[in-house]
Design a protein around this ligand. Sequence first.
Ligand SMILES: C[S@@+](CC[C@H](N)C(=O)[O-])C[C@H]1O[C@@H](n2cnc3c(N)ncnc32)[C@H](O)[C@@H]1O
Length: 310
Amino acid sequence: MADLPGTWIEGLRLRRAGFDLADPDLCFRPLHGEGKNLRCDRFGPVCWFYRYASGEPSDSEVAQFSAFSQAAGARHWHSHGMNNRGSDPHTRRHVTSPGAPDTWRARENGLHFELRASSGQSPGLFLDQRDNRAWVRRHAQGARILNLFAYTGGFGIAALAGGASQVLQVDVSRPYLDWARTNAALNGIDDDCVEYSAVDARLLVDGCHRRGRHFDGIICDPPSFGRGRGHSSRLFRIERDLGDLLSSCLRLVAPGGWVLVSSNYEGWNQAHFEGTIKRLGADIETAPGAGDDFRVVGPSPMLKSCILRL
Ligand SMILES: C[S@@+](CC[C@H](N)C(=O)[O-])C[C@H]1O[C@@H](n2cnc3c(N)ncnc32)[C@H](O)[C@@H]1O
């Protein structure tokens, strides 16, 4: 058994108060501020290490990944290199335990999700949004929900589990929307309640406005920076474009409705983020944000989120 840093073991001990590590499908963050250049999420049977150091993991790191995964209740692990390989393109970016699955399932708050190792930096679920998804679920009864930047559909699925009457999942990426469909099917969700739209979120919002379409709840979780689909698509820069996007969203909100907005943009803290949003004149409240497993040891979570009401 490899020697594990005392901070990792202590971090796990503290998290045991909130999470049943023996649950085979459990999702949580076992390692956040404790690991130098390292974060870890557990998705059911697999620990996923986000590794920010350069080069490939050494033998002793590999031994630590195995020992820590076991201590956190997972049989397998994947380690994904988050750095640009730059001048060393032959470095293996992705290393796994022997026999680690490429596709597997896990459960969050009773909902099932498919995880995929081949999809990039994350296997398909951002766990810092767990409590925000739970908030959406609690506020979705009978509601028409618009999930912008839907990714693998987590917020929309939480809304449907909470009794939403209709969900529109919007993402510029068709493969992500197909994955969202798979996740919906895993949860026995009736296709009639869900629409999928593979367009730029800004075009979708403008189109809904032109057609007079309204929603009772909107989730807006854009990337910090990105381009929509096609040559003519405009670049999205959160610090420049978030205000316009949110004021367009607010025009789509039915009386009594809400917009949940969040961002991981590194250039803002929660105060900056809320400052940008306050200018829109809506009432704002702080959303639940990242859970306690992201707060055991500093640094504080990157996720900023709040709820707007007209
Ligand atoms: C930060 S992820 C969203 C995570 C998601 N809200 C969740 O927590 O489940 C960003 C997503 O936005 C999508 N995206 C990026 N630019 C977009 C655009 N202009 N319009 C619509 N979707 C976009 C990406 O394909 C990606 O799936």
